[in-house]
Design a protein around this ligand. Structure first.
Ligand SMILES: [Zn+2]
Length: 264
């Protein structure tokens, strides 16, 4: 699933490729992909492209917005040739200059919602702090972890605590902090919480610099892979740098990778 660095890389690509383009129409190729809150004849030009958590928000000049969530396997691919498509194209945003943005999604969980510019996006109200913002600091996380019995790994995946993290980055962050992912949130010391804040920002920034992580599906707007998978220490690995075996366990139904020598 695309996490914050992949979504941010897609947004950086969209800003280069489609910002300012006039939307001529949106074609739905698989029903259920598009959700129209209102009947629309014309959307106007794309005025701004932003991210909140794993959501992509395109604001248009005629006071509408497109809210896109890629879910498991969604991709946005820019295409200069209107006749070209991709194998799992679910919707296409056609621009007046005869280019398009293909919404490709193998698993079909992704969605594009079209709504008025000033309407609230209900899903965004439930999101926690943006990890790269100043709001995400030790004080914020200490408050969220108070009385939390759940393992720290599970807490960091909770989008209502931190918006945008997923399985791959949480594994890497906890490895860099040398914290065992099974540790209960409330048992962490202040120094450890400060490490989590620090390495969350460091890992996400490094990953954005390397255009995200491609383990299976993720592709950029230009249909290219990310490179941060080459810098991961534990996710999907068999051996730690220290020589010990990487453990793979299940937590809340998701795979967790860690080194029980380096992480305690
Ligand atoms: Zn190790």
């Amino acid at each position: 699933m695309p996490e914050l660095p992949e979504v941010q890389t897609i947004i950086n690509g969209l800003n280069q490729k489609v910002l300012g383009k006039e939307i001529q129409k949106i074609i739905e190729l698989r029903s259920g992909t598009l959700e129209w809150q209102i009947p629309i004849t014309s959307l106007g030009k794309i005025e701004s492209i932003s991210r909140r958590g794993k959501y992509i928000i395109l604001q248009t000049s005629l006071h509408y917005k497109l809210v896109i969530h890629l879910r498991m396997t969604g991709k946005l691919i820019f295409e200069r040739d209107l006749d070209k498509t991709s194998s799992h194209s679910r919707a296409e945003i056609i621009f007046a200059d005869k280019t398009k943005l293909i919404f490709d999604d193998v698993r079909t969980f992704g969605k594009i919602e079209v709504m008025k510019k000033n309407d609230d996006i209900p899903a965004l109200k439930k999101l926690g702090a943006e990890p790269l913002s100043n709001e995400f600091d030790a004080e914020y996380l200490i408050d969220k972890l108070r009385n939390i019995k759940a393992p720290i790994k599970t807490v960091l995946l909770d989008q209502s605590v931190i918006a945008g993290l997923g399985n791959i980055y949480v594994a890497e962050i906890l490895y860099r902090c040398k914290i065992d992912p099974r540790k209960a949130g409330k048992t962490l010391r202040t120094a450890q919480i400060k490490e989590i804040i620090k390495y969350t920002k460091v890992v996400l920034q490094e990953a954005i610099k390397h255009n995200g992580t491609t383990i299976s599906d993720y592709r950029s707007v230009e249909d290219k892979s990310g490179e941060f998978q080459n810098f991961l220490n534990v996710y999907g690995k068999k051996t730690c740098e220290c020589g010990a075996e990487i453990h793979k366990i299940k937590q809340a139904g998701r795979s967790t990778y860690f080194c029980n020598i380096c992480q305690s």
